[in-house]
Design a protein around this ligand. Structure first.
Ligand SMILES: [Zn+2]
Length: 247
């Protein structure tokens, strides 16, 4: 018995103006989808980043007190490399983010502040495409983003946010999950590819601790491989793929 071929990836919707990306750690967007963000920003769209943590537990050789500020600075530089100037941190604890009401509330507040039509996050599923186990932070944040995108529109959930002046926002039309093992949609990675490489390269301290390879060679190879992975389902083009949930 042979597997039937997977269907083509559909083009990502483009009738939107504002996107909000919410992920667990500095570097999640640069490994996941910043080439797509670069082309959207170049198109005149607004994209803001919200990070649940400052990635303080991400570098074995660096104590969290030092890693926190360094990784925050690298994240801001990575965002700037693709034209994103709004970067916020929710200050949950790296490595032990808990899925739950406080996380949903913080993300719902961010959605109400930024009023996006498109919300982006990283893989919320148990495994990555090739079966490797995902990390609990990604699962917790991804699931909370899917949930909070709806919470944000319900005035009876988190009424304390309304009291703080954050009015309900029921305008999220899609949640797009990058690096999902079950992508459904894609956008060309070609126009934003070089900026995507630059943005990943901004996480230099992290990359240098991770690999002996030259950081630029590493970043370019990683993104060339990941954006080629779905070419057979997207006219042979380099693509950033997403699992898209419509609302
Ligand atoms: Zn991560």
């Amino acid at each position: 018995m042979t597997d039937s071929p997977l269907p083509p990836l559909r083009p990502m919707p483009d009738d939107w103006q504002r996107a909000l990306a919410v992920v667990a750690h500095p570097d999640d967007l640069e490994y996941g989808c910043s080439a797509a963000v670069a082309s959207w920003v170049a198109d005149g769209r607004q994209v803001a980043y919200v990070l649940a943590t400052r990635g303080e537990a991400g570098i074995d050789s660096l104590a969290p007190e030092r890693a926190r500020s360094l990784r925050e600075a690298e994240q801001r530089a990575a965002a700037a490399a693709v034209g994103v100037s709004t970067v916020e941190f929710l200050d949950h604890q790296d490595g032990v983010i808990e899925y739950g009401v406080p996380l949903r509330r913080d993300i719902a507040a961010a959605v109400r502040r930024h009023r996006p039509e498109l919300v982006i996050t990283l893989n919320h599923r148990d495994t990555w495409a090739h079966g490797a186990w995902n990390t609990p932070d990604h699962v917790a944040v991804g699931r909370a983003v899917l949930d909070a995108s709806a919470d944000a529109g319900n005035r009876w959930i988190f009424p304390e946010l309304t009291e703080q002046g954050l009015l309900p926002w029921n305008g999220v039309r899609w949640v797009a999950v990058a690096n999902s093992p079950a992508p459904t949609h894609a956008v060309s990675a070609e126009p934003g590819f070089e900026q995507g490489v630059l943005s990943l390269l901004r996480h230099r301290t992290y990359i240098e601790a991770l690999t002996e390879e030259d950081p630029e060679t590493y970043a370019r190879r990683f993104l060339a491989d990941s954006t080629s992975a779905h070419g057979s389902r997207f006219d042979g083009r380099r693509a950033v793929a997403f699992e898209l949930f419509s609302r």
